[in-house]
Design a protein around this ligand. Structure first.
Ligand SMILES: [Zn+2]
Length: 102
């Protein structure tokens, strides 16, 4: 996942040449497509075309990345690790990461 980072700590997925927080020039940044769930809510009425009810999930991208809103069919709680997939239409889907083998 690519975006912009400022020395003040601001990060964004948007291609902003200047930081909206402090005005300094931003630099290119890249993060892994994984993150940690901050918050989640389940929609009881799924969007048309979806089988399961969908959750709307706020995810902080690993490596001090931006916060992105994802759709998920998984039951997620705060602190869960997720893999993030960009759909190409400006939306994201996340799936719960399987626990690592011991
Ligand atoms: Zn800044």
């Amino acid at each position: 996942m690519k975006g912009k980072r400022c020395r003040c700590g601001f990060v964004t997925r948007a291609s902003k040449p200047r930081c909206p927080r402090c005005g300094k020039v931003t630099s290119d940044a890249e993060w892994k497509d994984t993150g940690v769930v901050l918050s989640s809510t389940r929609l009881k009425i799924p969007p048309e075309g979806f089988k399961a009810s969908m959750a709307l999930v706020l995810v902080e991208v690993d490596g001090q990345g931006p916060k992105v809103t994802c759709w998920s069919e998984d039951d997620l709680t705060a602190g869960d690790g997720v893999a993030i997939v960009e759909t190409g239409t400006g939306t994201y889907i996340c799936d719960k990461q399987k626990p690592k083998a011991p």
